[in-house]
Write a protein that binds this ligand. Structure first.
Ligand SMILES: Cc1cc2nc3c(=O)[nH]c(=O)nc-3n(C[C@H](O)[C@H](O)[C@H](O)COP(=O)(O)OP(=O)(O)OC[C@H]3O[C@@H](n4cnc5c(N)ncnc54)[C@H](O)[C@@H]3O)c2cc1C
Length: 370
């Protein structure tokens, strides 16, 4: 049911518009609202808070369909579900769940995740955004970089240092900040290579007051929450890679059957046919890794290694597929007449955000070596 309704939404709303949004760098507000009406913004939110109460496996099935047609919309939904609704549902107080989850599930507020800073990317524990203790809460000061949905979000999950003298990784808190908070402004908007229908910006915090009621968990637990949340996020980005990969394969098969050279369709040449065979096989492998990681998470099993493996494999395979898709399209693939040009640009980010490829290798190898 989820696959059918996601596919219907993607083909009806994303397919005809994705190229325009990409060209115009337009955040698809109406499409995101339509996704909310379909229940896609509260997929994993418990039913008592207005969500569908489903799991990671449902989420990745949805995300593959959405990313098949628009990776910009795909990342917006992935971040919202996995990095915003996820930690509030898992670590939030009853009061936080009651106040925020219904608004997030209804799409009244889209979520954004603020961890990265100019000097803290892969080394996220080295963030410098400060949370200073004040009467009744905390004041946040600092700059966050590359924030997906930053300019269009209604609620920010923000990580900041609560104890500058404290032990690295145990001195960070996790804060909920609504977009209208005094002192919170949108900084530089990024002009990106791909996923241009998603908005990305710096977010600047100048003494933003956060009441104690909006601290998630203990004020030293934030980094643990950030990393645990990223397991779900990585599974979501791996699903994004599967969606883009499928787009590359489907469009390439179509083109290889239509385009004729030397008196026959180019798909009849072994060099092209074998590319398609490899692309299809890698796609299945990626999807199975993604589904396995999601199923482990749903079963409450450790999934950090599985999530890293899914993201590592799916993102690399997706980039190879995008490269081959452009090659199969020849000169046409290098123009905006064909969508593979966009898939090629969109694919690139899957190897960078929510932990770059080598960081996934680091996570996997640490599990192997201890
Ligand atoms: C479009 C976009 C959207 C994003 N959205 C968000 C968001 O919503 N919220 C958020 O908090 N962040 C977001 N990010 C940030 C993203 O997660 C970081 O860009 C990513 O983690 C990499 O950090 P960095 O860019 O600082 O690269 P760096 O950490 O500087 O890495 C540069 C290179 O060095 C390599 N490297 C670094 N350390 C090691 C190591 N120990 N071993 C081997 N290689 C290493 C990396 O693999 C990479 O190839 C987004 C980024 C982009 C581009």
């Amino acid at each position: 049911m989820i696959r059918d309704s996601a596919r219907e939404f993607a083909e009806r709303t994303l397919k005809p518009n994705a190229a325009t949004w990409d060209r115009e760098e337009r955040f698809p507000t109406e499409a995101i609202q339509e996704a909310a009406e379909n229940g896609f913004l509260g997929l994993t939110v418990p039913e008592q808070y207005g969500g569908a109460g489903l799991g990671s496996l449902h989420a990745v099935i949805l995300l593959e369909e959405v990313n098949r047609w628009c990776a910009g919309t795909g990342v917006t939904l992935s971040v919202h579900n996995s990095l915003i609704c996820g930690p509030i549902a898992k670590y939030g107080s009853d009061d936080q769940k009651q106040r925020w989850l219904p608004q997030l599930a209804a799409g009244e507020r889209i979520g954004a995740y603020c961890l990265t800073e100019p000097q803290a990317g892969s080394d996220a524990a080295s963030i410098r955004t400060r949370a200073d203790r004040v009467d009744g809460g905390w004041r946040l000061t600092g700059t966050k970089s590359w924030i997906t949905t930053g300019p269009d979000a209604g609620l920010f999950v923000v990580y900041a240092v609560t104890d500058p003298e404290g032990k690295r990784g145990n001195n960070i808190g996790c804060f909920l900040v609504p977009a209208e908070a005094d002192g919170l402004t949108v900084g530089k908007k990024e002009q990106k290579l791909g996923i241009r229908a998603s908005s990305t910006s710096e977010m600047i915090f100048e003494e933003v007051f956060v009441p104690d009621a909006d601290v998630i968990g203990d004020s030293s637990q934030g980094f643990k929450i950030a990393l645990e949340t990223l397991d779900a996020g990585r599974i979501g980005i791996a699903a994004q890679a599967v969606g883009i990969h499928r787009a590359c394969l489907e469009d390439s098969v179509l083109y290889a059957n239509q385009r004729e050279q030397f008196g026959k369709s180019i798909g009849r040449f072994q060099a092209v046919a074998w590319k398609l065979a490899d692309m299809a096989t890698e796609l299945e492998a990626s999807r199975l890794l993604v589904h396995q990681a999601a199923a482990l998470r749903d079963a409450g099993q450790p999934c950090t290694k599985a999530a890293a493996m899914a993201k590592l494999h799916a993102s690399k395979a997706c980039n190879l597929a995008a490269q081959d898709a452009v090659q199969i399209h020849g000169g046409a693939g290098y123009t905006k007449e064909f969508q593979v040009e966009r898939y090629y640009r969109d694919a690139r980010i899957t190897e960078i955000y929510e932990g770059a490829t080598d960081i996934q290798r680091l996570v996997i190898s640490r599990h192997l070596l201890g």
